[in-house]
Design a protein around this ligand. Sequence first.
Ligand code: ARG
Length: 579
Amino acid sequence: MKIRQLLTDKVQQAMLAVQIPAEFGPHIALSKQAQFGDYQANGILGAAKKLKTNPRALAEQVIEQLDLSDIASKIEVAGPGFINIFLAETWLSEQLNHHLADPRKSVENTDKPDVCVVDYSSPNLAKEMHVGHLRSTIIGDAVVRALEFQGHNVIRQNHMGDWGTQFGMLIAHLEEKLEGNSVAEVALADLENFYREAKKRFDDDEAFANKSRDYVVKLQSGNERCLELWQEFINISVSHSEAVYKKLNVTLTRDDIKPESAYNDKLAGVIRDLQQKGLAVEDQGAQVVFLDELAKKDGEPSVVIVQKSGGGYLYATTDLAAAEYRSKSLNADRCLYFIDARQSLHMQQVFTVARKAGFVNPDISLEHHAFGTMMGEDGKPFKTRSGDTVKLTDLLDESVARAKTLIAERATDLSEQEQTEIAQKVGIGAVKFADLSKHRTSDYIFSWKSMLSFEGATAPYLQYAYTRVRSIFAKAGIDPVSLTAGIHIEAEQERALAIKLLQFEDYLTQVTKEAHPHVLCAYLYELASVFMSFYEACPILKSDVNETDKQSRLGLSLWTAQVMQLGLDVLGIETMERM
Ligand code: ARG
C-alpha cells in the first residue's frame, strides 16, 4: 500500500480545491505520537505563511474539501495548522483481507518503470576482494533487489578494474611462475600473496621492473602473448570474486561484468570529443578539463586530467566512456553508483564533464550513493591484527563459523546438517544486516558480538522472529494457505500491527528513491517489536480465544511472516523455518 502517496494525492486535491497553488505540497509525515493520529499533513502551514493567511483557518478549509471518507475515521486540525489523520480500522482490515493471499503483500509494480543502471561491487582484479568492497556489494545489491521488486528495469554493471599499469608487473610475474610449470590456478590460488611477491620483485629487481614496464606497453598495443597471460590472470581473479558473490548471496553474475578494459577503444574518442567541444585543453603536455562549477573556495577551478602527457588515459576517462555507454546505449533513466565516499569529487567531476560534453542525455539522473568506511573496534579502518587488509572471503567464513558455534549452543533438536545450513544463513545475514542497517554515509564499527547477537536490531534476531511467527502455524496445525480473509481490528496492538504491515511499500520506496536500505532495516526491526506486543496482548492459540479472533490473528501473523520474508529478501538475507 502506498499510504503516503494516497494521502498526498487526496490532500493535494483538497488544497487545490481551496486555491492553494500546486507548488505547495501537503508534506505527509508519520505522526510521532498516537494522539496526533497516524499521519499528519504539515504543508498547509508553510502555504499559509507564503499566502499571508491564517493557517488554522486554511487547514479547516482544506479539511472541508478533503475526501477521505472510507480511509480515515477522524481528521482534525491541530497546533498552528497541521492536519491529523486517523486511519479507519475498517479500511485497514479491508486492505489486509484483500491482499491476504497476495504474495507481494500489496506492493505494486510501478506503472513507470525506469531503466536503472547500477554500478556496484566493481573490485579491482589485481588483488583479492577485501572488506572495502563489501559495502558497495551489499548496499548495491539490496537497492537492486528493491528496484526489481518494484518493477524497474535494472541493468547491473560490475565495473571491474582489470586494466592499468600494475597488470604489466602481474603478468610478467605470472609468466615466470608458469615456466616453473605451476598451473595458473595454483599460482594464483592466493592472489594477495601473488600480488605481494610481484610487487616485491618489482621494487627489488631492476630487470624485472623494466620487463614489467615493457609488458604494459605490449599489453596496450595488443601483443598476443601478453593479452593471453592477462586474460588468464583476469579469468582466475574473476572466479575469486564469483566465489565471494556466491557466499554472500548477491545477485551479480559474470554477465554483469563490464570491466574498465571494455572501454579501451572508446577513450581516444572521448578525448577528441572533449577537445572539439573546447572542454579539454592542453596543460603541460596533458589533456585537462577545468571546471569552474566545482571551483574550490579560493576560486581555483577543479582540475580533471583526462589524458596524461605520455598519452595514457585515466580512471576518469574510462568513467566518461562508461557514462556515455550507459546513457546512450543502455538508455538509462537513472545511473546509480555505489562507491566509497572518498571518490565523491571524482564522481562529481565525471558527472559534470559528462553533462557539459553531452555524453549523457540531459534528463538522466546521475547518482553517486556514497558510503563511509568500515572500522575495527579500535576505531581505525578495519585490518587484521598484523595490519593487513582483511580478505572478504576469510571474514565471511569466520562469521559462518561463529554463527555455527552459537547455533550449536542454542540448538535442541536440530540435526548437524540443519545447523550447518542455518549457520550459513545467519553468519552471512549478520554481516549484511550490520552493514545495511547503518546510515550509509557514516563510518561504522564492525563488531562480531553485536552483529551476531540474538537481541536488538540484528539478522539473527529477525531471522528468529520470522521462525517464531511461522511456528504459530505449525503449533496450531494450520496450513496458512487455508486461511480465509477474516481479519478484523479491535485491540490497539492489532491496529498498530495493521498499519505497520501496510507501510511496507512506503519504506521500500525510500530504499529505491534514496538508496537507503537502513530505513528498511529499521522498519523490519520495528515490525518485529510491534508483532511481539500484539502477540503478548492478543493470544492466538489459547483455548478461550474464539474462532473468529483466532482466524483474524492468524491472518495478521501470516501477513507479518510474509512481509518479514519479503523485506529480508530485499536485503539479500535468507530466512528458514526453524532455527
Ligand atoms: N574499481 C574501483 C575501486 O575499487 C571502483 C569502481 C567504481 N565504479 C566506477 N564506475 N568508478 O575503487
